[in-house]
Ligand binder design. Structure first.
Ligand code: ADP
Ligand code: MG
Length: 476
């Protein structure tokens, strides 16, 4: 390992485990110690005192010990890092240049679970040295998470204990799908040999996504057939069905956790929820194969709405599950604390109005901080539901993509003062029963309507923020 590899390796390991990168001084200490310098020499070249260097170094060794699962000190740094197997891969995927460092970040020595149907002859990694190859190059920075304990536990149960094939995390923009799945990775990654994060935010064609996934796995583990020469383009099967079957072979032979973020970008606008964009229709074949066939891996999809086969395949006893994320409730007070808001007795009111959506609450908390120096009571005094440009901008693409039928229905719902029954809606809206059922179901799948049960009847409503948006920005 050369010194730059060491730095990158250590930085990526720490980042994958803690969400924080090494700072310049920590890197200088690492470099100095790797090259055999004393603390006094590092202090001189870093223009600070030896005591300060000792102090920072001691914290750094603790952090690395934690990440590597063995004690790291000034004297054993080299051997400790060398014991960890490092895989540095440089891949050039078309225009999309990726530099991926993949490291074993299994803090504890738990082995990846033995896959369901792995045959003894299957080429696999050395089980005496469990390794998780992470590719989070496409993932955003991980930040702190308030609560979500029960959601993390549910997902862990589905994915690790019950070995489900596909889990979709659904909810409005800002509700915390990305943040939750990043924390889930930290929690369960040691159960997998490969963890790969990809964003579908730019609606990549299926063949590009398949190429990306296949090349990562093939490059990481050379014995994986049939990409013997590092997965260059020429060795990839050219047809989509062949690429899908190659990926499925990898998913059977290895335990892979694949996270696809922003899946709504491959779904269509102007239609009911869950339909694909015409150029992305074939993702449906991939999701169906992963959801329906037997393998040892799991695909997590983060999306505003479930792709249509997910809705069809999901079930309590099915290998396909969906988790519709709700707001974070009182845990959001942590956001207010961080923004130094005042009048804590009013916080619950604010959380309810904005339905515990962490992004909405962060935006509103910033406004309260900037205009009222944090005085929540003064903000609430105006008795109007403030959206502001920033919050409205997060809702705009979600409302804009609705079908005409849903737009008609959401307009009607924004005019209803109280929650309404289907019977009432049939009277108020100019829609046939089947149009109404389709529209309500689709808005529900997009998390845009709320329901409550009352006297054997389901009542439908818009959440206050969505209602306000539709009132201020009429959709039809
Ligand atoms: N449980 C949480 N506690 C605190 N902040 C959160 C939580 N979940 C999400 N956030 C923050 O809210 C914002 C939106 O979260 P994100 O995961 O990007 O939402 P989504 O992927 O659903 O659009 C981010 O700034 C994120 O850090
Ligand atoms: Mg997201």
């Amino acid at each position: 390992m050369d010194v730059q590899e060491v730095l990158r390796f250590a930085d990526e390991m720490v980042f994958a485990k803690t969400g924080e990168h090494l700072d310049d001084l920590q890197k200088a200490i690492l470099l100095g110690v790797w090259e055999g310098q004393k603390y006094s020499q590092i202090a001189e070249t870093s223009y600070c005192s030896e005591g300060h260097i000792r102090n920072i170094a001691s914290k750094l060794w603790k952090r690395l010990s934690n990440v590597l699962g063995e004690e790291v000190t000034q004297s054993n740094l080299r051997s400790a890092l060398e014991r960890q197997q490092v895989f540095i891969v440089s891949s050039n995927f078309g225009n999309d240049f990726l530099h991926i460092g993949n490291v074993n970040v299994c803090k504890d020595s738990q082995s990846p679970e033995v896959p369901k149907d792995r045959s003894p002859s299957t080429p696999t990694s050395d089980t005496s040295k469990p390794q998780t190859r992470l590719d989070l190059a496409d993932a955003p920075h991980i930040s702190s998470l308030s609560d979500r304990t029960s959601e993390l536990a549910t997902l862990e149960k589905w994915i690790v204990q019950e070995k489900c094939n596909l889990a979709a995390i659904l909810g409005l923009s800002g509700i915390g799908k990305t943040a939750l799945s990043l924390h889930l990775i930290q929690k369960i990654q040691h159960n997998f040999e490969y963890v790969i994060w990809r964003s579908l935010g730019h609606s990549p064609p299926l063949e590009t996504t398949l190429k990306n996934l296949i090349q990562f796995i093939a490059n990481q583990y050379p014995p994986n057939p049939p990409l013997p020469r590092g997965g260059e383009e020429g060795f990839l099967p050219s047809s989509i069905p062949e690429r899908i079957s190659l990926l499925m072979e990898y998913l059977r032979k290895n335990r892979c956790l694949i996270i696809l973020d922003d899946v709504q970008a491959i779904l269509s606008s102007g239609q009911l929820a869950g339909n694909y964009r015409p150029d992305c229709e074939n993702y449906s074949i991939l999701f169906r194969q992963i959801g329906e066939t037997t393998h040892n891996s799991c695909l997590i999809l983060n999306s505003w709405e479930p792709p249509r086969e997910i809705t069809a395949l999901k079930g309590e006893n099915s290998p396909v599950r969906t988790l519709q994320l709700k707001g974070i409730g009182v845990a959001a007070t942590e956001i207010f604390r961080q923004k130094s808001l005042l009048n804590p007795e009013q916080w619950e009111n604010l959380i309810n109005t904005y339905r515990g959506n962490p992004l909405w609450l962060k935006i509103v908390a910033t406004t309260i901080q900037e205009l009222f120096r944090g005085r929540v009571a003064e903000f609430l005094k105006y008795d109007m539901l403030f959206l502001g440009e920033e919050l409205a901008a997060t809702l705009h693409p979600q409302i804009n993509r609705l079908s005409e039928l849903e737009k008609k229905l959401i307009s009607q719902l924004s005019r209803e003062v109280n929650p309404v029954s289907i019977e009432q809606l049939l009277q108020d809206a100019d829609l046939s029963p089947s149009e109404l059922f389709n529209g309500l179901q689709s808005l529900g799948r997009r998390s845009l309507v709320e329901t409550e049960e009352q006297e054997n009847e389901t009542l439908f409503n818009l959440c206050p923020v969505v209602r306000q948006y539709v009132i201020l920005n009429p959709v039809c």
